[in-house]
Design a protein around this ligand. Structure first.
Ligand code: GDP
Ligand code: MG
Length: 784
């Protein structure tokens, strides 16, 4: 039987894991290994993907992927939730005292790093393990956000509070150290190349087996390390406990129970981290294979390979155990770095083949199995697991509605509707009006003051019309963006976004994307800028690029005034219909463009949808506040750099003629002349007037200014009707809904994808918009 044939509620034991490459490694890393028990929780509303329970957590797999995994059904009831685990009194074992320090090595004769050496730490953990929360607790406000060199993955550095000689780097959330995802490579590269003095590994204690899979791979890196057991509040709250001392003995690294969101255990964690880093205590254990386990084949294989490659690993500066594991797993990057000769490669291949034969599993599965065996032993000895946790029960109840067969889509629509309604109409609008009023008042005051002291006319115009007009308008969007981010981060941190991806995956696959792309696209309806930024959460570079390029097709809220203005003027009775039509048209065109992108630039399938569905949790206030502050800062920075400059440039072009004379006839301004050159391009689509062209050009600065420019240059009454027919108005609407995103959006695309793509986006969007407008215009003419 294959996993894809299971029915909800059915349980099975995995027999064989098929698939290849990244997909298969994903399976294994997430714990889908031969012998493991899985239960089918449910199917997504559209029948794909599937949700399984495995190792005590929820995992999603697509039906097609599940069809690669063979399993046998099992009948008997599970004894307790989560399977393995120590039974017993559950008495809290006391935490080992600090300071006796050096528990895992003898301090004498060792020389600690000098007092003034900067201790650098890497913060590594699974997604949703509480990394962001812990990072914020550790660093407070001493953070620096940037990108990893060469990749646009967020990099956050911070100094640990009250320890000025430290720096901790937040690495992307990962599940394993395999070389298949950009995040995994970044983390690996960071630890191997930048050589932090220590690793802080954060582990979700409610999901300890899966989280520890990463832990023991990190330990192989031979870097001093502490284990932060997070979410201990939930573990103890449900009557579970973890025998910390025993776990420390079994792992050979300090283990510190913490609750990041409640700020418990953090200072202890810091002390331990600084201690191991200062004394450079390597993990006391890096050997996880048992020589008696399953005939010991894996153990013999690893140690034989370690012998063989020792000098190469030393030369390449790679930790030996890590290098051996990776060479056996066939990691191309590590194999290359080791510079093995053909003879040695052949011997390693031989050793691995021998192991596969004795073990009856292929090498990747055998290694994963060896790791999970070790973890199972550790957990059996140290983890007292309660029955089903309150949090899991709660999540199951919530999911009955939010991912339920008939309720999932309506719930999604209601939730998103509510978010947009609250953002744009209730809260955002109120703040926006407030800021607008403030800017207007300020600009009025400045205006008066300038007049009073007789400042030159051009300077007054520059400040009042150019800067206040341009930057002020954009500034008024700050509240909307911040509030939108507030809601979206609440949805994200609570765990709902993972469900949306789960529910929508099947639809998005049809255009070559995965369920996770839905998030940035949804945000794009509000504003393209945060939409593009949200694409950072996507796991594959291909999906991320494609999502960014499609986000501008989700009609942003700043285009609403354009839609409203022209449809009121030309189709007063069908205004709503026209507006809805434009939204739908944009999405359809986007789907068409996606199909082309997929053929031309982004062949291949979307990433496998092997994803964890975390329990629903209340997002931390501090996290959210921090995020909002970051977004606001980012936005303000942009408003006062790019948008500031662009406003000045447009103002200049609008007010000067080619003789650089200020304040002449608007028709002679540089902008009007330039627009006059471009205007004929729009004759075939029905609006080749320089004033309309000018409006569209200013729309590049901010979409809202299309309407304001039309108002200034043309007015709204008879003059407008004499310029446009209903057919050409439709064409103009179509064009303005699709043409280039505004500078802010383009600059965020440039930041994510580089200059070439940003220019391509401008070009592609304009061409597509022109073609669509042309079609609409001709069709409209046919129908009169
Ligand atoms: P990340 O994905 O690893 O960055 O995880 P986050 O820091 O975003 O945390 C994921 C979720 O877990 C958030 O809703 C947090 O509020 C919550 N969380 C983090 N730490 C704890 C904790 O110690 N206890 C509990 N109950 N929840 C926590
Ligand atoms: Mg996070």
């Amino acid at each position: 039987m294959f996993l894809s044939e299971m029915k909800a509620g059915m349980r099975c034991r995995v027999a064989r894991v098929g698939g290849e490459g990244a997909l298969r490694q994903h399976f294994l890393d997430m714990g889908v290994i031969p012998g493991v028990e899985m239960e089918l929780v449910k199917l997504a509303p559209m029948g794909d993907p599937m949700e399984f329970r495995i190792h005590g957590y929820e995992l999603t797999l697509r039906v097609a992927d599940a069809a690669r995994i063979e399993a046998e059904a099992i009948e008997e009831k599970p004894d307790t939730e989560g399977g393995s685990g120590a039974r017993g009194s559950g008495a809290e074992s006391s935490h080992p005292g600090l300071g006796e320090g050096g528990k895992y090595h003898v301090k004498e004769g060792e020389d600690p790093l000098p007092e003034d050496a900067v201790l650098s730490f890497a913060l590594v953990g699974n997604q949703n393990s509480g990394k962001t929360t812990l990072f914020n607790q550790l660093t407070g406000s001493n953070q620096h956000v940037g990108n990893f060199p060469g990749v646009t993955v967020d990099r956050k550095d911070g100094v640990i509070r009250r320890h000025p000689n430290t720096v901790v780097t937040d690495l992307p959330g990962i599940y394993s150290m395999s070389p298949y995802s950009a995040e995994e490579l970044i983390t690996r590269g960071f630890v191997l190349d930048e050589k932090p003095k220590g690793i802080i590994n954060i582990v979700d204690a409610t999901n300890i087996e899966r989280n520890m899979y990463l832990t023991i791979q990190l330990m192989e890196l031979d870097v001093p390390m502490v284990l932060a057991l997070n979410m201990m509040d939930e573990v103890t709250g449900n009557g579970g406990s973890i025998r910390i001392n025993e776990m420390e003995n079994l792992l050979g690294i300090p283990v510190v129970p913490i609750s990041a969101s409640r700020n418990e255990g953090i200072s202890e964690l810091i002390d331990h981290a600084i201690h191991v880093a200062r004394y450079q205590e390597s993990p006391g254990r890096q050997d996880f294979c048992d020589k008696d386990e399953d005939g010991g084949a894996v153990h013999r294989c690893i140690h034989a390979v370690m012998h063989l490659i020792r000098d190469h690993a030393d030369e390449a500066g790679l930790p030996i155990r890590f290098a051996a594991s990776k060479v056996i797993e066939g990691d191309p990057l590590i194999t290359e770095a080791l510079k093995l000769d053909d003879n040695e490669k052949e011997m390693i291949e031989h050793i691995a083949l021998q192991m596969e034969e004795e073990r009856g599993l292929d090498r990747a599965a055998a290694m994963a199995d060896m790791r999970y065996d070790f973890i199972t032993r550790v957990c059996a000895a140290t983890v007292v697991r309660p029955g089903e946790s309150k949090e899991h029960q709660r999540s199951r109840k919530i999911d009955r509605i939010l991912t339920g067969r008939f309720t999932a889509l309506p719930a999604f629509i209601v939730i998103m509707g509510l978010v947009f309604f609250l953002t744009f109409h209730v809260i955002g609008r109120a703040f926006q009006d407030l800021i607008e009023a403030g800017v207007t008042a300020l600009s009025g005051t400045v205006d008066q003051a300038f007049r009073a002291v007789n400042v030159a006319e051009w300077l007054r115009s520059l400040v009042v019309n150019g800067i206040f007009g341009g930057v002020g308008t954009v500034l008024s969007f700050l509240p909307i963006i911040v509030i939108l981010f507030l809601f979206l981060s609440l949805l994200e941190d609570s765990g709902y976004m993972a469900r949306v991806a789960f529910v929508m995956d099947k639809i998005l696959r049809k255009i070559g994307l995965s369920g996770r792309s839905i998030v940035p696209m949804l945000i794009g309806f509000g504003c393209t800028v945060p939409g593009v930024m949200a694409s950072r959460t996507l796991p594959s570079e291909r999906d991320r690029r494609m999502t960014i390029l499609l986000t501008p097709f989700m009609s942003c809220s700043a285009k609403l005034p354009i839609y409203a203005f022209f449809s009121q003027a030309f189709f007063p009775r069908y205004a709503a219909l026209v507006m809805i039509g434009l939204y739908v048209l944009d999405i359809l065109v986007g789907i068409g463009v996606a199909a082309v992108y997929r053929k031309a630039a982004f062949s291949g399938e979307a990433v496998p949808f092997v994803m964890e569905l975390p329990n629903y949790r209340m997002p931390g206030v501090k996290n959210v506040a921090r995020l909002l502050w970051d977004k606001a800062k980012d936005f303000l920075q942009r408003a006062f750099t790019i948008i500031f400059l662009a406003s000045i440039v447009i103002w200049f072009l609008q007010n000067f003629d080619f003789m650089l004379r200020f304040g002449g006839d608007p028709e002679n301004s540089i902008l009007a002349r330039a627009a006059g050159l471009i205007a004929p391009v729009f004759s075939p689509v029905g609006f080749g007037d320089w004033r309309l062209t000018t409006s569209l050009i200013t729309g590049f600065l901010a979409k809202e200014s299309v309407v304001s420019t039309v108002r200034v240059l043309i007015g709204s009454g008879a003059a407008l009707s004499s310029l446009l027919t209903p057919a050409s108005a439709l064409s103009l609407l179509t064009f303005s809904s699709l043409y280039t995103p505004c500078v802010a959006a383009v600059s965020s695309i440039r930041r994510e994808l580089g200059r070439k793509w940003a220019l391509a986006v401008i070009l592609i969007q304009c061409v597509v918009a022109w073609a669509a407008a042309f079609l609409i215009y001709r069709i409209a003419l046919l129908f009169g």
